[in-house]
Design a protein around this ligand. Sequence first.
Ligand SMILES: Cc1cc2nc3c(=O)[nH]c(=O)nc-3n(C[C@H](O)[C@H](O)[C@H](O)COP(=O)(O)O)c2cc1C
Length: 220
Amino acid sequence: MNDGAGDARTARQCSEGKPALDWAAPVSADRPDGDRFPWAAELDGLHAKVWERLARGVHDARAAARHPVLATISAAGPEARTVGLRRADRAAGEVEVHTDLGSDKVAELRADPRAALHVWDRKVQLQVRLRMKVEVLSGREVEERWRGIPQEGRLNYGGEPPPGTPIGHWRDHEATVARERFGVLLGRVEEIDAVVLGERPHRRALFRRADGWAGRWLAP
Ligand SMILES: Cc1cc2nc3c(=O)[nH]c(=O)nc-3n(C[C@H](O)[C@H](O)[C@H](O)COP(=O)(O)O)c2cc1C
């Protein structure tokens, strides 16, 4: 029965005594005013935090942003897969992923460069969605990046038959290094949709390249 008081309850009252939901961590008891994430109070701070966490993913193999999900558009519909984040450049608004040029995502991106990169960074209760246009770099353009990849890592680029080819048994695949199959997905970010949980009300903002990343709040 609705006693009419529900609407007047604060978010804090609602979270008291209830188990924490993964997607909605309660306001911390020791900071009832909700300043666990002071960087999320203003648009500038949130925008800076997004790029800081992305950069952390590039440099720290254990960071959440190290392994985002890259979504593309295929002829059959949407596709999503885990990738490794190799570069995050706030000034240019660019991110990079290394890949095998023989993989399906490359054909998909060549046909339609629109893509999204998704990160859920639990530690700071931040979801990041980058909407971007992806350019596929190859050949001499990627020579310098190739030089920086250790031999073990180079095995990710090559192999016979190419990724996604049906094989009779996993032993039928031979891992080989093929320099010419190494490619870089250069994502030019057009929009950033950022959501911060862990405080009530939740925060959501949209930052667009088109307006100089000024950003605006959205209802979460
Ligand atoms: C933790 C993890 C990291 C991965 N990193 C990459 C990567 O950096 N680049 C890549 O092309 N595939 C990476 N993969 C493999 C892809 O998820 C995917 O299986 C493969 O690229 C084929 O995808 P496609 O057929 O959609 O092109 C990674 C997979 C996992 C589980």
